[in-house]
Ligand binder design. Structure first.
Ligand code: F6P
Length: 328
């Protein structure tokens, strides 16, 4: 059967993540390889509504594999949440004769794409791009590995000051709803305690653990805290709580913030982006729509996008236990 797809649009949406540029490059080059056209859509769904398009060929994506952020820009579009907004976007795609979309982003991006597909029967495929690693159907999302390494590097530096001054630091990392960054960066940097949104370990236990650290001869303590950790207290409130309840602790707070989202992608994220981009384009050409490209046990697999959106990623209970043992 003759391939119906002649032109593919690609966009990035939601929070940027390292590896998004590498994924756009991969999509553009896979299209060039298969002799089909590729169109970059600027500013996510916002740009789709406005028809902010630019043709991409193999050379338009030179030297971006190593760049953080997304050169197509990203946005969170309120208008695309409305039926009228989505109709405008559809009309723009029709005008530009775009036959299918590659959506690079997180669950918000995929939810928008799914609704768009249901309304207009428009072929879509997703590439998971978010530092949070909170999407089911893939072991890794683009940007997660880089963000972890950025966080670990920063915490290592904080440890130098913590141990030189015998201090306790609360370090806040990203993760409003999930603790993957906190748990893995915490274990990777040798944190004494890790607070995540999924489990409330209790404030009493935190105090006990800090006391124990001091009595067993530790010269510094680091508590890694996910933005949305379950104690309900932010890092500043945690500092106050410890200062009120434990004597003799010199406590500091460090919020890593958006520095975790930027920067040059790790080799792992670049390679994953290259693989996922090719898989996304080739799946569309094979007529496979409404999937997300995931990596499971280092093999690329297609996962139904509605399941990816509805699923809840879970924290690694074994790693939580390991973190306990490591901080003895
Ligand atoms: O989705 C990625 C993420 O980095 C979250 O971990 C964080 O809570 C959020 O984005 C911050 O988003 P914004 O850039 O809108 O402040």
């Amino acid at each position: 059967m003759e391939n119906q797809i002649k032109k593919i649009g690609v966009l990035t949406s939601g929070g940027d993540a390292p590896g998004m540029n590498a994924a756009i490059r991969s999509v553009a080059r896979a299209c060039a390889y298969h002799n089909i056209e590729c169109v970059g859509i600027y500013r996510g769904y916002e740009g789709m509504i406005e028809g902010d398009f630019k043709s991409l060929n193999a050379r338009s994506v030179n030297h971006i594999i190593n760049k953080g952020g997304t050169f197509l820009k990203s946005a969170r579009s309120e208008e695309f949440r409305t039926k009228e907004g989505r109709k405008k976007a559809y009309d723009q795609l029709q005008k530009e004769q775009i036959d299918a979309l590659v959506l690079i982003g997180g669950d918000g991006t995929f939810t928008g794409g799914m609704i768009f597909n249901e309304e207009f029967n428009f072929p879509i495929i997703g590439i998971p791009g978010t530092i949070d690693n909170d999407i089911v159907g893939t072991n890794y999302t683009l940007g997660y590995d880089t963000a972890l390494n950025t966080a670990v590097e920063a915490i290592d530096k904080i440890r130098d000051t913590a141990s030189s001054h015998r201090r306790l630091f609360f370090v806040e990392v990203m993760g409003r709803d999930v603790g993957h960054i906190a748990l893995n960066a915490g274990v990777g940097s040798g944190a004494e305690e890790i607070l995540v949104p999924e489990e409330d370990l209790g404030l009493d236990r935190l105090l006990e653990s800090l006391e124990k650290s001091r009595h067993t001869g530790k010269s510094s303590s680091i508590v890694v805290v996910a933005e949305g950790d379950k104690t309900g207290k932010n890092v500043f409130e945690l500092r106050d709580y410890v200062e009120e309840n434990l004597e003799g602790y010199d406590v500091r707070v460090s919020v890593l913030g958006h520095m975790q989202r930027g920067g040059s992608p790790s080799c792992f994220d670049r390679v994953l982006a290259c693989r996922m981009g090719v898989k996304a384009v080739e799946s569309l050409l094979e007529g496979k729509f409404n999937y997300m490209v995931g990596t499971v046990n280092n093999k690329l697999e297609l996962y139904p996008i509605d399941k990816a959106v509805k699923g809840h990623s879970t924290i690694d209970a074994e790693l939580l236990r390991v973190s306990d043992i490591m901080s003895i």
